[in-house]
Design a protein around this ligand. Sequence first.
Ligand code: SME
Length: 163
Amino acid sequence: MAENLYIAEGGKEERYAALLPQIESLISNETDEIANMANVAAVISETFGFLWTGFYRVVGDELVLGPFQGPLACTRIKKGRGVCGTAWKEERVLVVPDVEQFPGHIACSSLSRSEIVVPLIKDSKIVGVLDIDSEQLNIFDETDALYLTRIARLLTGITHIGQ
Ligand code: SME
């Protein structure tokens, strides 16, 4: 396991490109989903300094708070509720440039301005979501969606998540 996180110089694409193989090596020898989610949340947070970076896991008919970095968050989200529950219901990545414009957005922190939610898919089923909040408006784009989807795939491919 890598002991130190290397954060590339440059823009977000360079940072994600350097982060991805590090995440792969970080989680490839560990099958426990919580341990891997915890480290993935930590390295994304350390690389980009987002307000909140973390996971919700599907437990029954709800999303339940998992490992995260950032201010305290709501613990349970129903399917179809908020950005996370909508990404789960609609089975897609949601990029929200301005959370105030998203009907039903759940404000865990009043500092959050924009958000991205990426489903974790295992055997064609959503088993959780990766949720990231930023204090800046309109910070997330297709680059984030692309790389965070790759990170989500690494997690569900390697760990026993959802089983
Ligand atoms: N804003 C999310 C709730 C989770 S927190 O941001 C950590 C939502 O609307 O689903």
